[in-house]
Design a protein around this ligand. Sequence first.
Ligand code: IPE
Ligand code: IPE
Ligand code: MG
Length: 237
Amino acid sequence: MAKKDLSRANRILPEHIGIIMDGNGRWAKKRGLPRPAGHRAGAKNFRTITRYCNSIGIKYLTVYAFSTENWRRPVEEVNALMKLFREYLEEALRDFREENIRTRFIGDVTAFSPDLQALIKETEELSSDKTGLTLNIAMNYGGRTELCRAVNQLIASGKNEVKEQDISNALYTATQPDPDLIIRPSGEYRSSNFLLWQSAYSEYVFMNDILWPDFTTEDLEKAIDEYCGRNRRYGGL
Ligand code: IPE
Ligand code: IPE
Ligand code: MG
């Protein structure tokens, strides 16, 4: 097999990157700060990394912001996260206007308060004609719930035999390519219910010495370099 050109100028970028933005709480704890301070720092970093992905030509970025299981956290933490989402979306509506980023939400957003749902809708509508990066924000997202929803949709449509493509088409990510690379900082080596179906052949890069708020564009570059050096076989030789 020809040797891959791994120089940054010539490498073939992943088309779709997924990021499990984990480690905010530990980042705050290490500094003697309350956990919401970690979420705030994480949200700030999310903006930096998203802009960077757009600037280097990544086509799809899916970030895990709040899982279907995160409702199990103490109510104060959940409330702090909701407040932050609201602030973030208000800011994004202002700032992201200038950027060529199309923002979509994946997950059951009907569980959020009406004002947050209105912001989500406005964000999606205002960015729907952008042609650069497609950003999927996974909020109240869980891979298992997504699969159940897809199956129920297929049942309701009267299908009595289901093909793989039917399931893919009924997911939140329908029409998008599966993630090529999934990055998880913070030292946890699990998917935590992120993109279960779509990640069948994703390359995982787990980064155990970094928490999400400290994750830099150079860390992203390192993860992409690692991805570029992998040999994806999809079961073949
Ligand atoms: C990720 O950071 C953000 C959310 C899950 C909302 P965590 O809050 O899970 O941070 P750790 O894992 O406790 O450090
Ligand atoms: C996964 O992180 C969800 C998000 C980053 C939004 P968690 O911190 O919730 O995952 P577990 O509990 O460690 O598996
Ligand atoms: Mg965590």
